[in-house]
Design a protein around this ligand. Structure first.
Ligand code: RI2
Length: 329
């Protein structure tokens, strides 16, 4: 298909893929920004079908960057939904721009509510443990610290890419006493922890949470020590497809993130696995903190149905759009 995709759109896609842009929320906002740029920069003929083909192509490029964080397809489908009712290129262009702005605003507004609800769940004088770098989780921790509820935070390194260092830096910038620990020290320190607070890349309809690899081990250690585990997750990280039986794919990244390239050569022949996320079952999660309220994981399907409706029509629309996007490829 002829039309060139604007360079800034391809750059955003590349940065999501390489994880220069990372974190489920930021990925989603960047994808929305890319859709908006694409709509503004459309230089094709004034024909609605051409515009739609072009924008679906942009959607497909963004959707193919990283597979796990549901926030990404949720952002893209939020913007595409309703495009079929537009009547001209200008109308369609405005639709994409308006919905992208709306989505970005909604995601930013969510932080305030999540930190508000979440901080109240942290007891005074608590020690908290967090994993990876989640803006939603950090917002709760920072608010709770300001309210005098937190005395210190254990932050895991989060190998292999060390996102925990971003977390530690952010905590320190807010004056929060922070202890960086290797991922393998979680069980060792758990006796000193009152709450675990983590983010989410996806929440399934049964309340299982997909988050950075290692989260499920932390949940196991927390359960053993009877420490409560809270997940901070905006509702746009809930996966509607899981309500109709689809599974959330777990991303595997390059072995080179784990071992030196030379290890992978013909001579050394070592096999390496680098799964980036794991699944924490609902039984290991005490609460999911969303911007519309706090729920036990067992009520995740209510959140989905609150957004998509009991008749599943909106999910079917999503799947229809997905099919069109794939066909356009
Ligand atoms: P926020 C991250 O994934 C982490 O797994 C983190 O818990 C999750 O996204 C949510 O982050 P990655 O992009 O949206 O580092 O709360 O693989 O910032």
């Amino acid at each position: 298909m002829g039309l060139e995709i604007p360079r800034p759109v391809l750059d955003i896609a590349e940065k999501i893929k390489s994880m220069e842009i990372r974190g489920a929320g930021r990925i989603a906002r960047s994808a929305a920004e890319a859709m908006k740029i694409a709509a503004v920069e459309y230089r094709g003929v004034a024909d609605l079908k051409s515009f739609n083909q072009y924008i679906y192509r942009v959607a497909e490029i963004l959707l193919s960057t990283r597979p796990t964080a549901v926030s990404l397809p949720n952002a893209v489908f939020y913007i595409l939904t309703g495009l079929e009712n537009t009547i001209s290129v200008n109308d369609a262009r405005e639709h994409v721009i308006r919905k992208a702005d709306e989505f970005i605003k909604m995601t930013l507004d969510a932080y305030d509510k999540i930190s508000d609800f979440g901080a109240k769940r942290i007891k005074y004088n608590s020690t908290v443990l967090t994993h990876c770098h989640s803006t939603a989780a950090l917002n709760i921790i920072i608010r709770a610290f300001k309210e005098g509820r937190i005395v210190k935070v254990y932050s895991t390194e989060t190998r292999p890419l060390f996102q925990g260092r971003i977390t530690a830096r952010t905590l320190l910038e807010h004056g929060i006493p922070t202890i960086q620990i290797p991922d393998s020290a979680v069980r060792y320190v758990m006796h000193d922890v009152d709450h675990v607070v983590v983010g989410a890349d996806a929440v399934a309809c049964n309340g299982a949470v997909v988050n950075k690899i290692g989260t499920s081990q932390i949940a196991l250690a927390a359960k053993e020590a009877r420490v409560r585990l809270y997940v901070a997750s905006e509702t746009y990280k809930f996966s509607p497809e899981t309500a109709i039986g689809e599974l959330i794919p777990i991303e595997e990244r390059s072995p080179e993130e784990i071992v030196p390239r030379i290890w992978l050569s013909e001579r050394k022949k070592i096999k390496v696995m680098n799964p980036v996320f794991d699944i924490t079952p609902p039984e290991y999660i005490d609460l999911i903190i969303t911007e519309i309220g706090i729920i036990p994981p067992q009520l995740a399907s209510y959140v989905l149905f609150e957004i998509y409706g009991w008749n599943l029509d909106k999910i079917k629309t999503r799947l229809m759009i997905k099919t069109i996007v794939e066909e356009e490829d």
